[in-house]
Design a protein around this ligand. Structure first.
Ligand code: FE2
Ligand code: FE2
Ligand code: FE2
Length: 407
């Protein structure tokens, strides 16, 4: 029971990471408070309610919820383009399906995501698949997705709810699969459905419905193969965001692992710091591409926006239930020994060994990569520069101890 709850909680948090990546324009306008439109969460919730109504079993409901959370994983960074242009709508369905293939029950998730823009009248569909090819989960997602896009981010008046209900009724058999449209009518007849969806703790509400009585351990690990897959999938998404960081997350993971190995860390901790390395820039999903790829110097507002990324890495990994040490190793890579780092401005002993190694790895990898404003340094040059920051930015003693693993 709590295994499912934990799995959903983790995927919920990763859907928030995706959501951060969908809203470039809002961030540029400085509307940090409205970060993310919670699209994945809300679609997951609506789909789960419909699935219950349609009599899906517990396992299927868990998969349906996860598919809802991740359904737009193929549209990261270009949500509006993908959903505004019918010619490329299909692309995010196919890429999304590929991205989740290796997750637990990946075949089920992949088919639900692949067909999430199908409709009974194929004129409005992304892949124009005949109805018999579209699995029930995808039919449910298709309606849940359209409903959420129609909904405003506020409590709906009775009249507004009725308009949405009428729309679903009118378009049944065209935009909506009839059996799902009927389920929606029954679910949306309850006021709690509309009130639930606007609540900040929608995750708790969903878990209550899905898992009944549940108890979530604060942190815990899921199957380590899955954790690695999940981290690898997101490392690719993070790296794709900027043309200059094609392999940054992977290189940091490999480098930090080799540094920790040099210090004699045990295998289980090496695995953890590798995963933390893959995810250290997770919060970068929220940074507009325009800023990440800006060729010239950044202005102070843009620097402030870039600096938020480690804060979000910390929040997302904590919410996802990773052990505290892993969230910290990932999120503290811009902290400095002298307290001048961000976002927590930690000082000296407040920064543990794993975080110190992550900082060294991140700087080293960044310096040895091409950037818009300079070419890559050699390992020797990068190491010499890191040595200059020893004692203030990075740990002097550690830098010497890991030298062999770097140059
Ligand atoms: Fe979509
Ligand atoms: Fe969507
Ligand atoms: Fe970073």
């Amino acid at each position: 029971m709590s295994e499912d709850a934990f799995y959903i909680r983790r995927m919920w948090s990763f859907s928030r990471a995706l959501d951060l990546g969908l809203v470039d324009e809002e961030i540029e306008k400085g509307l940090q408070l409205t970060l993310g439109q919670r699209h994945g969460e809300r679609v997951a919730y609506i789909a789960m309610r419909l699935g219950r109504n349609l009599g899906l079993g517990k396992r299927e409901l868990v998969h349906l919820t996860v598919a809802g959370l991740l359904h737009d994983i193929g549209a990261l960074g270009c949500f509006r383009e993908y959903h505004g242009d019918p010619r490329i709508l299909e692309k995010h369905c196919l890429e999304g399906a590929l991205a989740v293939e290796h997750f637990p029950s990946g075949v089920i998730l992949a088919s639900a995501i692949k067909y999430h823009h199908e409709t009974p009248d194929t004129l409005h569909a992304a892949l124009r698949a005949p109805s018999e090819e579209v699995p029930l989960m995808a039919r449910i997602l298709s309606l849940a997705d359209k409903i959420d896009l129609k909904m405003l981010r506020k409590q709906h008046s009775r009249q507004e709810r009725n308009e949405i209900l009428k729309w679903v009724r009118d378009k049944s058999g065209i935009l909506f699969y009839p059996e799902v449209a009927i389920a929606f009518e029954q679910v949306a007849h309850k006021e709690a459905f509309w009130l639930d969806i606007e609540q900040a703790d929608l995750l708790q509400i969903a878990l209550g419905l899905l898992c009944g009585k549940w108890h979530l351990p604060a942190t815990r690990d899921l199957d380590s193969g899955f954790t690695l897959n999940l981290a690898a999938t997101f490392a690719d998404l993070i790296d794709q965001k900027s043309q200059f960081t094609a392999r940054h997350s992977w290189s940091v993971a490999e480098t930090v692992e080799s540094l920790a190995r040099e210090l004699g860390w045990q295998e289980d901790r090496l695995r953890e710091i590798y995963v933390a390395g893959l995810l250290h820039d997770l919060g970068k999903l929220s940074i507009p591409k325009k800023i990440l790829d800006k060729p010239g110097a950044l202005n102070s507002d843009e620097i402030d926006i870039i600096r938020t990324h480690t804060y979000y890495t910390h929040r997302l990994l904590t919410e996802a239930g990773f052990p505290t040490r892993m969230s910290e190793w990932a999120a503290h890579h811009h902290e400095r020994l002298d307290g001048l780092g961000y976002p927590f401005a930690l000082k000296g002993n407040e920064i543990d060994e794993g975080s110190r190694l992550m900082t060294i790895a991140d700087i080293f990898v960044a310096l040895t990569e091409d950037r818009p404003y300079r070419v890559a340094m050699t390992p020797g040059e990068a190491f010499a520069l890191i040595q200059r920051g020893a004692g203030t930015m990075v740990d002097e003693r550690l830098v010497e101890r890991v030298k062999r693993a770097l140059v």
